[in-house]
Design a binder for this molecule. Structure first.
Ligand SMILES: [Zn+2]
Length: 322
């Protein structure tokens, strides 16, 4: 299948379908609702129902042109069959299987193998041609198992609250922020949440991930865990309260992460796969050809070639700020 890569996104020219286009297009598949994948309105948008809800909430769109594809559901489009398959990344994230003229192409979008704290676990999809991301495609990246991460998040919060300090978790606006609120809620830990993260909590609740929270108030954080976006860090520190910061991220796996993140407690948990997960996904797909996009694409493609895989880097955009 002919695939065109450019800073505008990935284009399947034979069927006229863009994948995670950066600019408005006639027809586009959106793998998930992060802003570097779902950033424009399009004429026709294929995505999972959860992704469409998050995308609509973020961009304030109406539903005209939405073509929801639930997991394992198929749609015919310009002679191809499109199927959405789960991708553990954020709520609603999906891989796209495109079957066209006897060839099977899979575009992973952002993905990991380990199950997410909220959402469906990745399923391996056999294919001939795989397009896979490599945000953490170097052997130095190794992340916690999901349940380990859950225990570490709750354990750090309890330890801080027991000693009358305030645990602060720095989380992304969409994805890890809501996951941490859910994990803390499930552990029975009171949690204050910044409005940018609160914005999407109703959609997580509607998807079956209960949360109990109160609005974040810089003047009143005593006795609760705090989940805020990294931009709030300086404001929190200026309040001179008794705070302890946890950094929950794939980048927390790096040796210098404590210094870079200015956080004492590092929890290497990500909504992306670590190196071994990416290798496993490539191997289990059975793909004869692999295109690597994002992050350490050149290095990861080189490593794959050393294992005999027909792999190449196909740069599309700058590494995302995970
Ligand atoms: Zn993403």
């Amino acid at each position: 299948m002919r695939i065109e890569y450019s800073p505008r996104g990935i284009f399947l020219s034979e069927i006229g379908l863009w994948l995670d286009a950066q600019e408005p297009q006639e027809a586009c598949w959106i793998s998930h609702a992060h802003s570097d994948h779902a950033r424009s309105p399009h004429g026709t948008v294929f995505a999972t129902p959860a992704t469409l809800s998050l995308y609509r909430t973020r961009l304030g769109l109406d539903e005209a042109g939405f073509r929801p594809l639930d997991y394992h559901e198929c749609a015919e489009f310009h002679g191809a069959r499109l199927t959405a398959c789960p991708a553990s990344h954020i709520l609603g994230a999906a891989q796209l299987l495109v079957e066209h003229r006897g060839e099977r192409l899979v575009y992973t979008g952002d993905i990991k193998l380990r199950p997410p704290l909220c959402g469906c676990a990745t399923e391996t999809v056999a294919c001939d041609h795989l397009i896979i991301e490599s945000t953490f495609g170097l052997p130095i990246f190794h992340f916690l198992e999901t349940e380990q991460a859950r225990r570490r998040i709750a354990g750090f919060a309890r330890e801080c609250l027991d000693e009358q300090t305030t645990p602060v978790f720095l989380g992304s606006t969409l994805g890890r922020g809501q996951e941490m609120v859910h994990a803390l809620s499930e552990a029975g830990i009171p949690v204050s949440v910044h409005g940018a993260i609160v914005h999407y909590l109703p959609l997580y609740e509607a998807a079956g991930y209960p949360v109990q929270w109160e609005p974040y108030d810089a003047e009143s954080t005593k006795g609760t865990a705090v989940v805020v976006t990294p931009g709030l860090r300086d404001q929190l520190e200026a309040s001179a309260r008794n705070l302890r910061f946890a950094y929950v991220s794939g980048w927390a796996a790096l040796a210098n992460a404590r210094l870079g993140a200015r956080a004492e407690h590092l929890i290497p948990y990500s909504d992306h796969g670590d190196f071994q997960e990416l290798i496993s996904m490539v191997q289990s797909s059975g793909a004869r050809r692999v295109d690597v996009v994002h992050g350490y694409a050149e290095a990861f493609a080189r490593i794959l070639r050393q294992t005999g895989c027909d792999a190449r880097a196909a740069g599309v955009r700058a590494p995302e700020d995970e």
